[in-house]
Design a protein around this ligand. Structure first.
Ligand SMILES: [Ca+2]
Ligand SMILES: [Ca+2]
Ligand SMILES: [Ca+2]
Length: 160
């Protein structure tokens, strides 16, 4: 059938993924201070935990940092995990639809965690910390890019 709509297909895939519990690479947050929202700090601490776990797992030479090659190994392993989790048709690769389903499932899993009162809606209040963390990460990424650009350009130019 040609006119199966993509959104329907994706939601079917998402349902399949969620029901098998195969949600890879999803951060897990906890409301440490029990105030009913996942705050910016709680998001960050979850991120640090993930970072440390990754460090323990992939810091092969044990120098406390992930080198370029260690990061490469990490990426390969993560990609394999992701593929294993979301390759619904079992062809060993992630199609665009499977990738979208993976994204949707991740978002759904995150929303389920942010929705601390469990009313099925992530309120402004419930999502504020997450949004703040996301903005901050975006900014950091951009300034990193900027730094690299600067480095590649050599000396800073005045005419821009
Ligand atoms: Ca909290
Ligand atoms: Ca596939
Ligand atoms: Ca809620």
């Amino acid at each position: 059938m040609k006119n199966v709509n993509t959104a329907t297909l994706i939601s079917t895939l998402v349902a399949a993924i969620i029901s098998t519990g195969a949600i890879a690479a999803t951060p897990s947050f906890s409301d440490t201070d029990g105030d009913g929202v996942i705050s910016f700090e709680e998001i960050n601490s979850a991120r640090n935990i993930r970072k440390n776990t990754a460090l323990q797992q992939f810091d092969t030479d044990g120098n406390g940092q992930l080198s370029h090659s260690e990061k490469k190994v990490m990426k390969t392993v993560k990609r394999a995990e992701l593929t294993a989790a979301y390759d619904v048709d079992g062809d060993g690769k992630l199609s665009r639809q499977e990738r979208n389903a993976a994204k949707e499932a991740r978002r759904a899993a995150i929303n389920a965690q942010l929705d601390l009162d469990g009313n099925g809606v992530v309120s402004e209040e419930e999502s504020a910390g997450y949004k703040q963390a996301r903005e901050e990460r975006k900014e950091r990424k951009q300034s990193k890019k900027h730094d690299i650009k600067k480095k590649n350009n050599g000396a800073e130019t005045n005419n821009n």
